[in-house]
Write a protein that binds this ligand. Sequence first.
Ligand code: SAH
Ligand code: SF4
Length: 395
Amino acid sequence: MTASAPITQDVHTIPRKLPEGGKINLVGLTRDALRSVLIEHGTKEKQAKMRAGQIWQWIYQWGVRDFNEMTNLSKAFRAELDEKFVVEIPEVVSKQVSVDGTRKYLVRIAGGHEVEVVYIPEEDRGTLCVSSQVGCTLTCSFCHTGTQKLVRNLTAGEIVGQIMMARDDLDEWPTPGERNLGEARLLSNIVLMGMGEPLYNFENVRDAMNIAMDPEGISLSRRRITLSTSGVVPEIARTAEEIGCLLAVSFHATTDEVRDQLVPINKRWNIEALLEALRAYPRVSNSERITFEYVMLNGVNDSKEDAHRLVELIKGIPAKVNLIPFNEWPGAPYTRSSNNRIHAFADIIHAAGYSSPIRRPRGEDIFAACGQLKSATERQRKSKKQIEAETGLGN
Ligand code: SAH
Ligand code: SF4
């Protein structure tokens, strides 16, 4: 698929109704939607706001999924809720823990699809890398997710459900009745850097992030959420207005010629158009600065000239440049730049007054590093299929 082909139209989002028993999943509904759904199912309008607030708190502040445990609701109301609704999040299929403490989860969503979620513990924070789509319609040539066909957009519930799943695993829900955890949380930050292009699933990502930020629930500050985009220019202003989180952009090249190759969406919105949208972002969203992600590919985009050009391009934008040593995957057409090159590049950016951290790959032993998601799982599945084909089993 080329970057100029229509992308959003062919991506269907499943309705929030679950097939099983026709019950509606409340996870992923905005506050307003939750209120409306209660009214539709018989709650009096006058009471709906309060009831929605109570249910909201049980689900998102205390992690309760069983209506019977929602003890400030009457027994009769709880039974009614139980008949019509469910509180459901994606199911964990497998969990791997790296020697460095990184956790990678494979979760199953409706329709039997699977996505990966990665938890990265650091000294001063714990970051959850969340997926927004199954696969990706874009075909960045260095990204393994880009070689997988898009299956579908995740729903808002499946996106916020990844955060809830991780909180379950980290055992990090406050005891019912108690207020939120302070700043020292195990899961303190969210990055939308898993599988998929979040801005091609805008509404669901927006709703999920607004749920995650709600002070009566998971209550993550918008400054602790970073959305990474390959450069979907028309949605950048909306991100500032409707989400207001921090923005990272997969820049990766300093000329249109090279960026066309690496990030093909550049053929649709080139470097100049992208920079123009980025210039307006911090002001509108009130965020401090934009992260420019830059994957270091040996001999492709890692010269000193590139570093100088990058400094020129981002002039005037409050920015930080995150250098990502390329994470290789089988069959990848690139190799990782040498440490010397990466450091020389970082020094030039730094000398120009920008912070230029080199990202330390995490969870490499479990294939959890950037751009590797789903690869190991896919490989396993392929080889199982191959075995089945060879042995005539599996039908
Ligand atoms: N689709 C979004 C977010 C997911 S990718 C985007 O492209 O921004 C998250 C980050 O990992 C992006 O900056 C992406 O370019 C980078 N990345 C992808 N494959 C990589 C690889 N093999 N090695 C290092 N970084 C990679
Ligand atoms: Fe999609 Fe991002 Fe990978 Fe590009 S880098 S193929 S946009 S997930």
